[in-house]
Design a protein around this ligand. Structure first.
Ligand SMILES: *Cc1c(COP(=O)(O)O)cnc(C)c1O
Length: 219
């Protein structure tokens, strides 16, 4: 059993109640990137079925032989030359953030004859170093995804600036989703997932609170 997983599940359940939201309305995405298999195995054995990964190659190596029954989400930046592999392997891509990628994904989805669930990443804090479409361009980009590329956008995803109160950023993402008729919100990580749930997150991406601190040196 993984006690850290159980604690995160309990915190999510409490946050749902506090927010007056139905039990089970928030999906926990366990972010297993860079974690050694010894940390991931107990969480898988405890019944967790939704995992987030940052890199296509790393995710494929880790999950290829135990893919059955899982939902895998790409939550890291996607280069167009990896789009074919990503479309073939993942159930959800959360980092669609530019027209060139929309075009390539549309082609690859058609070629693969597969349904893929897509989230548009919004650079909600307008940080120069961060991926994501600028908030001011989000409406036009979401419209182009539908109208130009025939893509259905399931949700929006954001990573607020780490040194600011995340609540207004989460609220801003929710507002963009609402005015564009987008249903789901991927927001909240280990340090702020309860705040994100209060602001309407439908999925939270939690890594270190479940698996322990990542050892970047090891990868
Ligand atoms: C690493 C990562 C997470 C998980 O971060 P923690 O703080 O360990 O919970 C969530 N989302 C994205 C996009 C990430 O890259």
């Amino acid at each position: 059993m993984s006690t850290a997983l159980a604690q995160v599940q309990a915190s999510i359940a409490e946050a749902e109640i506090r927010a007056g939201r139905p039990a089970g309305s928030v999906t926990l995405v366990a972010v297993s990137k860079t974690q050694p298999w010894g940390n991931v195995a107990p969480v898988l054995e405890a019944g967790q079925q939704v995992f987030g990964e940052n890199r296509v190659q790393e995710a494929m190596e880790r999950w290829r032989d135990r893919r059955e029954g899982l939902e895998l989400r790409l939550i890291g930046p996607l280069q167009t030359n990896k789009a074919r592999e990503a479309v073939g392997f993942f159930d959800v891509i959360e980092t669609l953030d530019r027209e060139k990628l929309a075009r390539v994904l549309a082609d690859e989805i058609q070629r693969a004859g597969k349904t893929l669930r897509l989230y548009v990443q919004v650079n909600i804090g307008e940080e120069a170093q961060k991926a994501g479409i600028a908030p001011a361009e989000a409406d036009a980009f979401i419209a182009a995804c539908h109208e130009t590329y025939g893509l259905t956008i399931e949700g929006l995803m954001c990573i607020p600036p780490f040194d600011q109160d995340p609540a207004p950023h989460f609220a801003a993402l929710r507002a963009i989703a609402a005015r564009n008729g987008v249903e789901k919100l991927s927001m909240g990580m280990s340090d702020d997932f309860e705040i994100a749930i209060a602001e309407g997150a439908t999925s939270v991406r939690v890594g270190s609170a479940i698996f322990g601190a990542r050892d970047y040196q090891a990868t």
